[in-house]
Design a binder for this molecule. Structure first.
Ligand code: ADP
Ligand code: MG
Length: 242
């Protein structure tokens, strides 16, 4: 569905991705793991077209989207749950969800589709039903992450990208969120999961990539990467301890 081909990207003079190639097949979960600063967020933001790409190609469903604008990328169905959630704290849960629906708001039967999407996310995260009128900023970290994921799902994405959804959350909440990601995959969604929590992210993934300083150092089926002691020592050791 999505393919990065030899991407070189970065911030003014500094190179953050140095020839990165990644493939995300339809209906699968692909995880990118690596220590802080490895370039994980830069991958997500490169796909969203928020980072300058110096060379290489990004292809989505066969189209070259390398020089598309961020809004076009969302229109194509690539939607991001950003690092740190980035909710609108003073707005209610429902207002945040409505912002996520923006991509579809002008289209045919948008009223019916809005209700369908809302029902879908409230079924995924029933806890939000009682919180629908609560201000997002007053919720716990785990609840905010659920709202952030739901907001992205309101846009009916084809490819959902999550940047460190586990950040700052208790292990039990992380399990819940990863369980939902598996459910979304079984509903047919394609997912790119970027994580420092390598073990869990690789266990969930159909396929994984291990990054360090702007390059892919290893790739393979999630379980194989997770169970590879050499990788843990070289690239994942600090994360396992964290
Ligand atoms: N806005 C920015 N301006 C300049 N350098 C940045 C910016 N964001 C990230 N970087 C640098 O790019 C590299 C990769 O960062 P990032 O993609 O955020 O890593 P990760 O998400 O894996 O922690 C790091 O060296 C980081 O310092
Ligand atoms: Mg990051």
């Amino acid at each position: 569905m999505l393919r990065l081909e030899e991407i070189v990207a970065g911030y003014s003079k500094s190179i953050a991705l140095d020839g990165v190639s990644i493939e995300i097949p339809q209906g699968r979960i692909v995880s990118v793991v690596g220590a802080n600063g490895a370039g994980k967020s830069t991958i997500v933001n490169t796909i969203s077209r928020l980072v300058t790409t110096y060379s290489g190609k990004i292809r989505f469903e066969g189209h070259d989207i390398t020089s598309r604008r961020p809004a076009d990328v969302v229109d194509l169905g690539i939607v991001q749950v950003p690092e740190g959630r980035q909710l609108f704290a003073p707005l209610t849960v429902e207002e945040n969800l409505r912002l996520g629906f923006h991509r579809l708001a002008g289209r045919a039967e948008s009223g019916r589709r809005y209700q369908e999407r809302l029902d879908y996310v409230l079924d995924l995260f029933p806890i939000m039903k009682q919180r629908i009128g609560q201000r997002a900023g007053t919720m716990s970290g785990g609840e905010q992450q659920m709202v952030a994921i739901s907001r992205a799902l309101m846009a009916e994405p084809k490819l959902l990208m999550l940047d460190e959804p586990s950040l700052g959350l208790a292990p039990m909440i992380v399990d819940q969120i990863f369980y939902i990601l598996a459910k979304l995959r079984s509903d047919g969604l394609t997912i790119l999961l970027v994580e420092q929590h390598a073990d869990e992210a690789l266990q969930l993934a159909d396929y994984g990539y291990v990054m360090a300083v702007g390059r892919v150092r290893a790739e393979g089926p999630g379980n194989e990467l997770r169970d590879n002691p050499a990788l843990h020592q070289s690239y994942l050791g600090r994360m396992a301890a964290a």
